[in-house]
Design a protein around this ligand. Sequence first.
Ligand code: CP3
Length: 344
Amino acid sequence: MLKNDRFLRACRRQAVDRTPVWFMRQAGRYQPEYRQIREKYTLMEICEHPDVCAEVTLLPVRQLGVDAAILFSDIMTPLRGMGLKVDIVENVGPVFEEPIVREEQVSALPPFDAEEAVPYVLETIRILVRELDVPLIGFAGAPFTLASYMVEGRPTRDYRKVKTFMYSEPRVWGQLMEKLAAMVARYLVQQVEAGCQAVQVFDSWVGNLTRADYETYVRPYMYPIIEAVRATGAPVIHFGVNTGHLLASMADLRPDVMGVDWRTDLDEAWRIIGPDFAVQGNLDPVAVFAPPEVLEAKVTDVLRRAGRRPGHIFNLGHGVMPQMSVSALQRVVELVHAYEVREV
Ligand code: CP3
């Protein structure tokens, strides 16, 4: 049984004793213990060994005192499980051996079943739900963000290849997005069936599109994903970077929780999407490097903008960085938990 369900209560906009807090990318290179495990295993090997993967997932929960665990994995894990040749290159990111350029490659993408493609992920979830006393968040990359890596072949600054593909081959683009959407929906539902109590859909790079392009080329494929997860009863968090101009469009998907990066103030984000959503965010990650009194002021500012509304989940506006210190992140958790959320 969960000892601490304030994260799930906040997802549902129920009253909480303290604001729940967790961090995107809370397991990683900033932790000495993680770096030690990485000397023996690559990132993908960690994911393929359920015992090791569960241990890595648990590290930040024990070390930081956060209110939720996030399954340790990567948005590339299911694509690798489907047989695509993708590696995570250190300090670069995901790199595909054969980027998607032709229709035949899209047609050849196989249907997805997690039990077949990534049994180790489901096994890790089953181990974790036995060990954890906080909720476990599963996740997947959204179709546009996955496609951006698959088409570009590697991280990009301008999204030139993927957007050109989208504009010039709309029919093939639609096939690719449909296949990815089917994969993501199935994968998330299977993560919930294995025991995850909530899921987050990362559309990290969708903020590079205009609102019109988002609504034409991306959003139609997102509805069935959110709908499939909502049907399980588990809350869905939807997050992207640099999405201030897309928040209203993304809210039309009806996720339970909208993730907001640090560029949009939390009260402004809430004003845009309305009161029917929980909101997750949004401390500027770089604030973690600021002197203690500046960091404290910035944490308090985020909490103040949440304005004691039910449904605030504290997080960074994007992921933890390898240069952060464990103690600074512990301090953020302490500050959030010390904040009085109830009216006094
Ligand atoms: O939050 C967690 O603790 C769960 C772990 C997690 C990882 N990747 C592990 C990882 C999560 C949620 C992700 C998601 C992910 N992966 C996203 C979406 C989230 C976001 O940050 O917007 C994206 C875009 C990726 C793709 C990816 N994988 C990138 C860009 C990188 C960084 C490359 C680098 O070396 O800097 C990765 C590698 C990666 N995934 C690391 C971790 C902990 C880096 C550490 C390592 O190589 O061991």
